[in-house]
Design a protein around this ligand. Structure first.
Ligand code: PAF
Length: 284
C-alpha cells in the first residue's frame, strides 16, 4: 500500500491508474477505522480496480466546542487495517496541505443541508462538501463509497456530484452494526462502559418504531416518533437532538409513513457524544 500526503502525489498516482484503463474507487474517511470503514473499503474494491482511501480529520466541518481536538487518531493502526483489506493508496494530507494559507473557497448546498444535523451544526455540511469536492479532484475516482449511517451526508454528496458534474458514481453502503445493534462509529470509542446502554437505545428505539409500523396497519409519524423517544428517554444520559421521519430522497419531513420513509435520529450522550442512526420504517 502506498502512503502519500500531498495532492500532487495522489493525483499523479490516480492519473497513472486512469492512463492504464483502471477504475478507481475512493473511500473518504476521518480515520480510526472500524469494521464499518473496512466494509466501505471492501465495497470499493468490489467495484473498482484500485482503492484509494483518504484519511483526513477535516477541521472545517467541526464547529466550536465539538470534538475536533479529541478526534481519535492513530495513523499506524489505520494503515495496517487498510492494508489488510487490500487498499492500494492511503492518502493522509495534513491540515496545511489541504488548506494552505489563502484558501478561500466554500462549497455550499442549499436545502438539503438546512435541517436535521445541519440545524444543530451550522456550517458542518459546507465543510463536508468543500473537502469532498477537493478529494474528488485530487483522487479522480470513478466511484466513491460512503456509509449510510450519515444519511443526510450521503444525500448531500449525491446532490454535490450531480450539481457540480463530478463524473463519479456515489455508492451508499448499509450501516454496519455491532452484535448489540449499535451502529459502528469512530465516536463509539468515546463511550464509557456505563454509557453503552444509553447508546444502544438508538437502535432499540428504531426497532420499536419499526415494530409499531409492522404491527399497526395505520401508524402516524407522531406515534412512531413518540415510541422511539420513549425508549431513548428511559436513559437520563440521552438528549434527543432530533427524531424525524423523512423522505429518503428529499429529506423533507413526511406527513404519512410510506415505504420511502426513513426514521433518522441524532442523540447526544452525557452532553459529550453525538450519535446518529437511521433505518427505513417499512421493509429492509
Ligand atoms: O464521513 C466522514 O468521515 C466525513 O464527513 C468525510 C466524508 C470523510 C468528509 O470529511
Amino acid at each position: 500500500m502506498k502512503i502519500v500526503s500531498t495532492a500532487v502525489e495522489v493525483q499523479a498516482i490516480a492519473q497513472e491508474y486512469r492512463d492504464n484503463g483502471l477504475k478507481i474507487g475512493l473511500v473518504p474517511t476521518m480515520g480510526w477505522f472500524h469494521e464499518g470503514h473496512l466494509a466501505l473499503m471492501k465495497e470499493a474494491g468490489n467495484r473498482a480496480d484500485k482503492v484509494i482511501v483518504s484519511l483526513f480529520v477535516n477541521p472545517i466541518q467541526f464547529g466550536l466546542g465539538e470534538d475536533l481536538d479529541n478526534y481519535p487518531h492513530d495513523l499506524e493502526r489505520d494503515c495496517k487495517l487498510a492494508e489488510e483489506v487490500g487498499v492500494d493508496v492511503l492518502y493522509a494530507p495534513t491540515k496545511d496541505l489541504m488548506y494552505p494559507g489563502g484558501f478561500s473557497t466554500t462549497v455550499h448546498i442549499e436545502g438539503l443541508t438546512s435541517g436535521l444535523c445541519g440545524a444543530d451544526r451550522p456550517g458542518h455540511f459546507d465543510g463536508v462538501t468543500t473537502v469532498v469536492s477537493k478529494l474528488f479532484n485530487q483522487t479522480l475516482p470513478h466511484v466513491a463509497v460512503f456509509g449510510e449511517k450519515d444519511f443526510q451526508q450521503l444525500a448531500v454528496i449525491r446532490q454535490l456530484a450531480c450539481d457540480l458534474d463530478f463524473p463519479i458514481e456515489i455508492i451508499g453502503h448499509p450501516i454496519v452494526r455491532e452484535k448489540s445493534g449499535l451502529a459502528m462509529s469512530s465516536r463509539n470509542s468515546y463511550l464509557k462502559k456505563d454509557e453503552l446502554n444509553a447508546a444502544l437505545s438508538l437502535s432499540e428505539g428504531i426497532a420499536s418504531g419499526r415494530k409499531l409500523a409492522l404491527d399497526k396497519k395505520e401508524v402516524s409519524v407522531q406515534e412512531i416518533k413518540k415510541t422511539v423517544a420513549d425508549v431513548i428517554l428511559k436513559h437520563p444520559e440521552c438528549d434527543i437532538d432530533y427524531i424525524e421521519v423523512v423522505d429518503q430522497a428529499t429529506l423533507q419531513k413526511c406527513e404519512d409513513v410510506t415505504s420511502d420513509s426513513m426514521l433518522v435520529l441524532a442523540v447526544t450522550i452525557n452532553k459529550r457524544i453525538r450519535l446518529l442512526d437511521n433505518s427505513k420504517i417499512k421493509g429492509s
